[in-house]
Design a protein around this ligand. Structure first.
Ligand code: FNR
Length: 372
C-alpha cells in the first residue's frame, strides 16, 4: 500500500480531481479513461444536460435535522452516491480496486465491482469491510458455465446484488485513446476471467456481418435475462437503460431496479444524455421502482438535479479513477466526502432536509441561450 499518498493542492471540489487528472496519469491512460467513443457526442451530451437545469434557492426553512439516508432495494445507505463499476483500475493506481474498496468502507459507500476488475472480486470484498452494501457488476460470458462460476463467487464473497450491464456488447474505441496510442497493459487484464479460456475464434462465412454475426453472436437476449434471474438468489439490476419501453419490460420481467446510463458515453455515440432520458424512464416505471442514474455526475449539484428528475441515487464513474490516480484510497474517500458535502450544501440552500424533499419543483429549466 502506498502510504505516502497526500491530497494534492488545489482540490476544493470533487470536480477538481477531473481537472488535475492529466497531471496524475500518463497521457494514454488518461485518454482511455476520459474518452467516450466515436466523436464523443454522447460524452459531451451527458455533461451538457446538467447545464440545462438550475436549482431554485428556498429561504427560511429549518434543515437542522437534515440528512441524506435512503433505502435502496431494501438496503440502507448513508448517502445517494454509489461507486460505478469501472474496469481496469490498475490503470489509475497500483492498489487498484483494493484502494477503492477501502475508500468505500471509509465513506460508507456502496461499491459496484466490475467483472473486469484488475484484482479478483474476493479481494475487493475482503478490502471493503461491512460499512455499506457491495454489489457485483456482471457481464454475461459466452459460456453459461463461466457466468455461473462468477455468480457463485460473487454470492460466496458476500456481494448483495448483481448489476447486469447490457449496453456494451459493442463498444467503438475512443478516438482520443487511439490517437494517444493507448494499449491495455498486461497487469490490467481482468483478474476474474483468468480461468476462462477465450471463445475460439471462428471465421465468418462469406457475406456475414462482422457485427450481426460477429460481435453480437454472444450478445445477451431476453431469454438470457430470464435464465439469469432464475440462476441467482441475489436481486438483479440492469444497467444501460435509456428507453422507457425497455425499462417497463425489465420491470415486468422481475428486475430489481435499473440504472439509466449510456456507459459514460462509451457505447453508442449518438445516444441521448442519461439525464435527458431520466424523466421519461421514471414516468414509465412509476414512482416507487428503484432507479439509479449515471453519466456526467461531477458535483453534489449534479446529483441533486438527477434526484429531482427521478433518480433514487447516482453512480460515480470517471471521478473515482481520477481520485484514485491522484491519491489512492485517500483520494477516492476525499472525492466522495466532497460530493456528499456538496449535496448537503445544495439541499440546505434549496430548503431540502431529506432526499424525499428533492422534487422536480426544485429545478427550473435554463433559458436555451444559457444552456451549457
Ligand atoms: C466504465 N463503465 C463500466 N460500466 C460497467 O458496467 N462495467 C465496466 O466494467 C465499466 N468499465 C468502465 C471503465 C471506464 C474507464 C469508464 C470510464 C467507465 C461505465 C461506468 O460504470 C459508468 O456508467 C460511467 O463511467 C458513468 O459516467 P461518468 O461518471 O464517468 O461520467
Amino acid at each position: 500500500m502506498h502510504s505516502q499518498a497526500r491530497i494534492p493542492n488545489g482540490i476544493h471540489n470533487a470536480i477538481d480531481y477531473e481537472r488535475l487528472a492529466p497531471q496524475a496519469m500518463d497521457a494514454g491512460r488518461h485518454a482511455y479513461v476520459a474518452g467516450g467513443c466515436g466523436w464523443d457526442a454522447t460524452l459531451a451530451a451527458n455533461r451538457a444536460a446538467f447545464g440545462r437545469w438550475s436549482i431554485v434557492p428556498r429561504l427560511l426553512r429549518d434543515v437542522r435535522g437534515g440528512h441524506t439516508r435512503l433505502m435502496l432495494g431494501g438496503q440502507q445507505l448513508a448517502h445517494p452516491f454509489l461507486l460505478a463499476p469501472v474496469a481496469h483500475q490498475r490503470l489509475a493506481h497500483p492498489d487498484a480496486e483494493i484502494a477503492t474498496a477501502r475508500a468505500a468502507e471509509a465513506t460508507a459507500t456502496c461499491l459496484v465491482a466490475s467483472t473486469l476488475s484488475s484484482v479478483p472480486l474476493e479481494a475487493i470484498a475482503q478490502a471493503g469491510g461491512s460499512a455499506a452494501p457491495r454489489w457485483f457488476q456482471l457481464y454475461l460470458q459466452p459460456e453459461r458455465a463461466h457466468t455461473l462460476a462468477l455468480l457463485a463467487r460473487a454470492e460466496g464473497a458476500g456481494y448483495q446484488a448483481i448489476v447486469l450491464t447490457l449496453d456494451a456488447s459493442i463498444q467503438l474505441p475512443s478516438r482520443s485513446a487511439l490517437a494517444a496510442g493507448f494499449a491495455m497493459p498486461a497487469d490490467c487484464t481482468p483478474a476474474n476471467l483468468a480461468g476462462f479460456p477465450p471463445a475460439p475464434a471462428s471465421a465468418l462465412p462469406p457475406g456475414a456481418s462482422r457485427i450481426f454475426q460477429g460481435a453480437m453472436r454472444h450478445a445477451p437476449t431476453w431469454d438470457d435475462l430470464a435464465w439469469l434471474l432464475a440462476a441467482t438468489r441475489l436481486p438483479v439490476w440492469v444497467k444501460g437503460v435509456l428507453s422507457p419501453q425497455d425499462a417497463r419490460q425489465l420491470q415486468g420481467a422481475g428486475v430489481a431496479g435499473i440504472v439509466v446510463s449510456n456507459h459514460g458515453g462509451r457505447s453508442l455515440d449518438g445516444a441521448p444524455a442519461s439525464l435527458a432520458q431520466l424523466p421519461a424512464v421514471r414516468a414509465a416505471v412509476g414512482s416507487s421502482y428503484p432507479l439509479l442514474l449515471d453519466g456526467g455526475i461531477r458535483s453534489g449539484q449534479d446529483a441533486f438535479k438527477a434526484l429531482a428528475l427521478g433518480a433514487d441515487a447516482v453512480l460515480i464513474g470517471r471521478l473515482q479513477m481520477y481520485a484514485l490516480a491522484a491519491a489512492g484510497a485517500l483520494g477516492v474517500a476525499h472525492m466522495l466526502t466532497l460530493l456528499v458535502e456538496e449535496l448537503h450544501a445544495c439541499m440546505a440552500q434549496a430548503g431540502c432536509a431529506a432526499l424525499a424533499d428533492i422534487t422536480p419543483g426544485a429545478l427550473l429549466p435554463c433559458p436555451p441561450a444559457a444552456a451549457a
